[in-house]
Design a protein around this ligand. Structure first.
Ligand code: FAD
Length: 320
């Protein structure tokens, strides 16, 4: 990991050098699964947890007004074309510890990919986390979103989480500290996940590994996985499916710029790599408006739309 140079200006996030990597004006498109959107003012990848803690402490005194956003694998965010204000802390690939604990439990770092967590659990002969294999995010992102699939969700497995706050203080919390719902988690403000302990059950490693293979096969049959996307754009409304409603509204296959409502799965918006975030957001809002107008159902985005519109955003709003 490259050491960052010491930076000491009110416009920088830290006064001291870190052991991690700090870069200015970094394009984020390549760090998101939608492969679209603008740059981060500052992108920081800590070397490890101590480095993250030291950096946040420094930031809290040096640039407390500068916003902080954590990013995992960027598989549930739409970063607008104008980019993200302030400091983006990129955890994917760091804080990626995985360890078996006594009592059929797993300790997982927030930067670990969900797929690695699922495979590690299965190899250890622990069952219950196979559904994580097809979720292309980090454990931290899964905790933030209460990610789930095939009837499983991460939070029912959580015994405890570790977090860090904006002052660099570490906390250990339990599910009782959070309000947890379908793809929604609310807890202490300005606090981010650094890891968790999951309670699983003892099982057969071969059964777990087979189950992972089956789930991945089923997923690739139903979803357009080869193209940039964020997975499901909308949460499923109570008793219905967002994909069904978008399709019934006649929007499957609709294009705007280079973005398209997937002909394979109407709750996916995909593109060939050349769409602007504004094109994707236009389709998202259009689908929302049409489903509301035709069926009176409000579709709530599952994806988190972040950042500043690009210079051409207004113009694209008007085009069909
Ligand atoms: C092809 C495809 C299929 C998908 N299938 C599913 C599915 O079956 N089920 C499902 O639930 N989701 C699915 N998703 C969505 C996505 O993978 C999940 O929401 C995932 O949990 C996001 O993790 P991430 O690391 O990519 O988070 P990011 O997209 O990086 O971030 C998502 C949100 O979490 C916040 N965040 C990230 N890391 C942390 C942290 N350490 N602490 C606090 N906040 C943090 C971010 O600020 C942001 O608000 C799919 C996505 C794609 C592209």
């Amino acid at each position: 990991m490259m050491a960052a140079r010491a930076v000491d200006s009110p416009m920088t996030p830290f006064a001291q050098a870190t052991r991690g990597r700090l870069q200015a004006q970094v394009p984020l498109a390549g760090l998101t699964s939608w492969r679209a959107g603008g740059p981060a003012d500052w992108l920081f990848q800590p070397a490890d947890l101590d480095d993250l803690v030291a950096a946040l402490r420094d930031h809290a005194t040096h640039a407390p007004q500068m916003p902080v956003t954590f990013l995992g694998l960027g598989s549930n965010v739409l970063i607008r074309d104008g980019g993200l204000d302030g400091l983006v802390v990129h955890l994917s690939g760091v804080l990626n510890e995985r360890r078996r604990l006594e009592g059929d439990r797993l300790l997982l770092g927030a930067g670990l990919a969900c797929a690695q967590a699922a495979r590690f659990g299965a190899r250890e002969g622990l069952v219950g986390a196979e559904f994580l294999a097809g979720i292309p995010g980090t454990v931290g992102g899964a905790l933030r979103m209460n990610a789930g699939a095939w009837g499983g969700e991460i939070w029912p497995l959580v015994e405890a989480v570790s977090t860090v706050d904006a002052r660099g203080e570490l906390h250990t919390r339990t599910p009782a500290d959070y309000t947890i719902g379908y793809r929604s988690v609310h807890g202490p403000e300005a606090e981010w996940f650094t890891g968790c302990v999951l309670q699983l059950a003892a099982g057969d490693p071969d059964v777990g590994t087979r189950r992972i293979r089956e789930l991945l096969r089923e997923r690739s049959a139903k979803q357009p996985l080869g193209l940039p996307s964020c997975g499901s754009v909308f949460r499923n409304p109570e008793g219905d499916h967002a994909a069904r409603l978008v399709e019934a509204a006649g929007l499957k296959g609709l294009r705007h710029g280079a973005a398209e409502i997937s002909p394979k799965h109407a709750n996916f918006i995909t593109h060939d790599g050349s769409a602007r975030a504004a094109d994707i957001e236009w389709l998202l809002r259009h689908a929302q408006d049409e489903v509301q107008r035709q069926f009176g159902v409000h579709l709530e985005p599952e994806v988190r739309v972040l950042g500043r519109p690009g210079a051409t955003h207004e113009a694209s709003e008007g085009t069909a």
